[in-house]
Design a protein around this ligand. Structure first.
Ligand code: MG
Length: 369
């Protein structure tokens, strides 16, 4: 079996309303880079590399990885990973190079599953959770008036979600008002709060004490991702659990977070940190450090599919981040959309590979040159 081509399909979705996060930042565009690996058997794998600019991922793959991968056996996933990442230690330990490699890696796992006619989670070790499969939490609730946020959150709970994540990070009192309104609206459901690196340590401590008083489930990215020690100090000082990792790369990056005692919930993003191959190893580190892994996934349905297969097969994983924002590149990319049971636990996928496709309608409506 040989790789005959590697290419990138780029997409962009524009939203009428911007989604607000910490420090007044917001965004109304979501780009996506889907990676397609073709083989001499006719089987094709689909993956996704995550980043703010799909063209950069495309350039890295076309100019750097494609020439190395042509002719390789796509089943030699570790060798291909080494070819893309570790054999070239200059330049790409973090950032778009790893995101692009992640996209290729996902496509290789998709191919392997199709080759063996098995869903990918089966090849990763099967269902690690029995009936206690990870639950989906509703992601995301963006910055707005407290009442509007509370109403949206209540709607997610009415749909059946037992946990909701929101973006805050615009000052202690403004955050407190929204946390109280949302907690009142969602009753027994859990509330996760994401600061998108919006605070410096003194205010992060004050806000963290408030979140603990308000019984928040986790405190996500309170600080800059560069400040590993600061996360460890916050974790020591606060009773609210600390979640971080979506801006970290590879097992070596996560090893530092684990060793420094910086996290309660590790959040590797498989579309960024090194693919399924690397996230599985980060999950193993999580097990060794007795740290729960709750992978970050705010991508297209291809990224969601990869995350579902990972989370199902790793004993370290508990939650699955489920995008509830009406993103048109989400469930539409599944051969059969994912299903949640009455407890919001993810059902076992049955399609071979990642179970994803890129319909022509999606290409013509959201594809970009
Ligand atoms: Mg986040």
């Amino acid at each position: 079996m040989e790789i005959t081509d590697v290419s990138v399909e780029k997409f962009r979705v524009e939203f009428e309303e911007a989604s607000g996060i910490s420090r007044g930042r917001s965004s109304s565009t979501r780009p996506a880079a889907l990676v397609v690996v073709e083989t001499d058997t006719g089987l094709t794998g689909i993956g996704e590399g995550y980043g703010p600019n799909a063209s950069i991922i495309e350039t890295v793959i076309e100019e750097k990885y494609r020439p190395k991968l042509l002719g390789m056996d796509p089943r030699d996933i570790e060798s291909i990973w080494a070819e893309m990442v570790t054999k070239n230690t200059y330049w790409d330990q973090k950032g778009p190079g790893i995101s692009a490699a992640s996209g290729v890696d996902l496509a290789l796992w998709d191919l392997l599953g199709k080759h063996h006619d098995e869903p990918v989670y089966r090849l990763l070790g099967g269902n690690a959770h029995g009936d206690r499969r990870p639950r989906a939490y509703a992601s995301d609730l963006f910055w707005d008036d407290p009442d509007a946020m509370a109403e949206t959150a209540a709607g997610y709970v009415e749909e059946g979600f037992t946990a909701v994540k929101t973006h805050l990070g615009r000052g202690l009192e403004a955050d407190r008002e929204r946390v109280r309104a949302i907690q009142d609206a969602i009753g027994d459901a859990e509330l996760m709060v994401d600061m998108n690196c919006g605070y410096e340590p003194p205010e992060a401590r004050r806000v963290g004490r408030m979140l603990a008083e308000e019984d928040v489930y986790w405190y996500e990215e309170p600080l800059s991702p560069y400040d590993v020690e600061g996360h460890a100090e916050l974790r020591e000082a606060l009773s609210v659990p600390i979640a971080t990792g979506e801006n970290e790369y590879t097992k070596w990056g996560f090893l530092e977070l684990f060793r420094e005692g910086a996290i309660d919930y590790a959040m590797p993003d498989a579309m960024r940190c090194g693919g399924i191959t690397e996230t599985q190893k980060i999950c193993a580190l999580g097990e060794a450090f007795e740290t729960v892994v709750t992978p970050h996934s705010y991508t297209t349905g291809v990224g969601l599919a990869a995350t579902i297969h990972l989370v199902l097969s790793s004993p370290a994983c508990r939650w699955i981040e489920y995008d509830v924002t009406d993103y048109p590149l989400y469930e539409s990319l599944f051969v059969s959309p994912p299903e949640l049971d009455e407890e919001c636990r993810i059902e076992l996928p049955t399609e071979p590979g990642l179970g994803v496709e890129i319909p022509d309608r999606i290409k013509s409506e959201y594809g970009v040159e």
